[in-house]
Design a protein around this ligand. Sequence first.
Ligand SMILES: C[S@@+](CC[C@H](N)C(=O)[O-])C[C@H]1O[C@@H](n2cnc3c(N)ncnc32)[C@H](O)[C@@H]1O
Length: 538
Amino acid sequence: MPPPIASSPFPAVQVRPNPSKGRSLHATTSFPPGAVILAAQPLACLPTLSHLASRCSHCFELGTPRACTRCRSAYYCDAACQRAAWQSVHKLECKALQRVPAERRGQLPTPVRLLLQVLLVEGIRDGVESLEGHVAARRARPGWRDVELMAMAACSYAGKGVDEATVRKAAEQLCKIQTNAFNWTDEDFTEACVFIQPTLAMMNHSCLPNAMIQFIDGKIVLRAETKLEAGDEIEISYTDVTMPLPKRRQAIDSYMFSCQCLRCRDNLNIYQACSASSNLDLNGLSLSPEVSKVSQLPIITNSAISKRVTTAVDELSGIIRTDEFNDGDIKLLTLRERFQACRELVAVGAWAAPPVPQLLTAISNYFVNKEDYTSALAIQSLVAIECTPYRYPAPFHPVRIKELVHLASLLSNTAPHTAEQMAQSSPSQLTGGGTSSKIQAALREIDQVSTYQMLLLLAKRLAPAGFSDKFKLSLLASERLDELKQLPGREKELSFIERWNTEPQSEWSKDFFQYAVIDPIHRLASLGEELVKQEFGR
Ligand SMILES: C[S@@+](CC[C@H](N)C(=O)[O-])C[C@H]1O[C@@H](n2cnc3c(N)ncnc32)[C@H](O)[C@@H]1O
């Protein structure tokens, strides 16, 4: 039986039957790239296990929330959040959580906690009812016994009994959660919350998505990633689209379909996927205006090189675990070994091809840990110019905004480097004294404070419209810009920056941006390239 079509409570979107995907969500009007299509309240939302004790279970703000004194497994920032949660879900959920043995309470998997809410709260249960769960197909898969056990545990904690019919229904509800819950990653890209929103759950997946979701101030904000026309299907990505094909397939497998998008069908590498984007021209006012010329790169024009890049990426995805790059203590030797494994990609300048960007970020973090901020800044500039814009061609993508703020943070650490301070500072444990002093010399010639200020203003400009006072990265940028106001003697610079910020499209502003931001960051990026090849390519 075809799934029922629910009417959408949001005028901007409409649910339609879809012959190959069940149902799909469509725009009812056109949207320019970056526009906010809608903002929705989640039907149910929970911090993930690793964030349970650090995020409020009601407003989801990061902080040091206090545990509910009864169940000790929901956390709230204050009495108001606790009261509101008590009214909506926690009154019922708290009793159920108290039935979980104390030693297991903090370990209850997030889908099981969501299932508890589905079992206990009528409104949530009704919202989940019409969602797709692929129950029959999941039942035929090896992990089905675990699904049943989780369902049985949830029924028991919820006080619903564990007879066959009740557990079967709960297992179906768990399947719907697994098929439709969104995993929201915070600004550090760790999974922070899991939520369900029935209308947004109608969005299908594409590895070349035309929309994205952000979680801002407890709301799910749906944004157009490319231009949308009325009637277009809205497609988001269920996984990290910059991963190589085998990894994407693995991630998508849990949604019980195989992706037939152009990126998957033709196994497009990161540069080919970038050149298929309609967002390239939007980069004209970004740090990387040359992204628009991606189709002229040898990686695209020379099919032998292009193929080699795709093959090398697929091979490396089997031998390099990118999660090891998140280890703060990663050793120099490991970084060198991994960099050498990537030499084929580096040799053809395929800096954006995975796992090179993740590796460069780990190298930059390695320098930060050593308090060698100049080297970290040079490597991060390389990432900002050669990696991220090709991976995420929309300059308003949160990853691009985060990078501007990150570059600015690194600049704030290098800015106080006077000649005296530099003479005193130890150039980390590396031997690359030559390149390190070139980076320091380059930094002495840059008006780092102005570059810093303009990167932060750019980050603010790219925030989603209507959410700049809620979006974490623009709040952070505003705070830092306010601190700058106290710096004396910058009247001339401030008047230039003000003019650039009010009329960014004018020829004067473009030249000024080139001079004050693009040229310095590109210079640092080429020194970053020299440094990384010299120190890690040996
Ligand atoms: C979150 S739901 C999306 C809404 C769904 N189409 C429905 O009718 O309920 C996820 C499910 O949609 C289907 N789906 C999503 N993206 C798809 C795609 N690119 N191709 C085929 N099916 C897709 C799969 O069945 C998947 O498990």
